[in-house]
Ligand binder design. Sequence first.
Ligand code: ADP
Length: 395
Amino acid sequence: MNVLVINCGSSSLKYQVIDSVTEKVEAKGLCERIGIDGNFTYQPAGGEKEESAKPMPTHNEAVSFVIEALTNEKTGVLKSLDEIDCVGHRIVHGGTNLTHSYVVTEEVVKEIEDCADLAPLHNPAHVLGIRACQKLMPNTPMVVVFDTAFQQTMPAKAYLYAIPYKYFEEDKVRKYGFHGTSHMFVSQRALELMGNPEHSKLIVCHLGNGASVSCEVDGKCQENSMGLTPLDGLVMGTRCGDIDPSVVEFLNKKHGLSVEEILKIFNKESGVYAISDGKSDFRDIAGAAEKGDERAQLALDMFAYRVAKYIGSYVAAMNGVDAICFTAGIGENNGMIRKMICDYLTFLGLELDDEANKVIGDEKLISTADSKVKAYVIPTNEELAIARETVALVK
Ligand code: ADP
């Protein structure tokens, strides 16, 4: 089956066509600046990347361009639209009701719209993407896969905030956790690599520009470092992660900043970007630190320290750990950060294999044969996970 995987933002649409049998990407690309001036990229497997300015006032035009490119006589990978067997949409927030993946129905779309106040930048955009696909492919089955679904097995003691209960009951204010598709993909792969042991305890560190840690007992998620929104938890590229909520009141009183302004600072001007004085890409930060930039070094130290603290707390939450997995841009590619994190964890009997830890972007066991806790690099693949879910539901 050919699965079209769609990841819609408010002004962007990422897409991939995946062959569900070979699990190979046949083509991929990106529509950017939707509603502005429109920019389109398309790359067939093994072919050249094409990029062009294309007017895209709405997501409808974006999806039209995707289909046009995929079925183009010269460079397309499909003969016609009919060769798209199903579409899988990535959805950020499923609230409390959408607890797994679903075949798209009007009811499901309404539920996604209903929890838009929990993800105001994302959910409305996802619905636009679903509608655009329905318009152009009315008979193609579609599936929605949620970033929040994998975390639905978290126990109440983990997801509740200790604030008046009515805010949970009436407004659904609670921890949801994010990057669920990635945590699911990586933890399932880790279990496979470990030979699917019984009573497994895993920790997955998804370390990208956005970053989160999760833990799984017997493959079921128990914790995720993100919260009601993806602002919580680790120190990230530009997000502050854990912070005393009173800082909001302090900055408001001291500088007259509104809640919106402060949240914008927490989301876009904080994290390692703030500490390193203007760098959010870990390659730049590591480069500066190497040259003796103390603030860049501090940013790296804070990042690794926070990850290690989360790992420590999840070891306590699970009363043990069998394997720790690193994934996403930093987790897959930056051995120095992995080592900085693992250096905090020698008390667990975790012994890093320095040679193996040189790996960049490939799956690898990076702990020694004698290490009491295993450490893995496992490249994430959210699109493939979505394609698998989509095919499973459509079948
Ligand atoms: P997101 O999907 O949240 O935007 P990514 O998972 O792509 O983030 O991760 C982006 C981060 O990964 C950046 O900080 C970047 O520096 C880091 N990264 C990506 N490739 C490499 C690499 N080869 N070496 C070191 N860091 C890398």
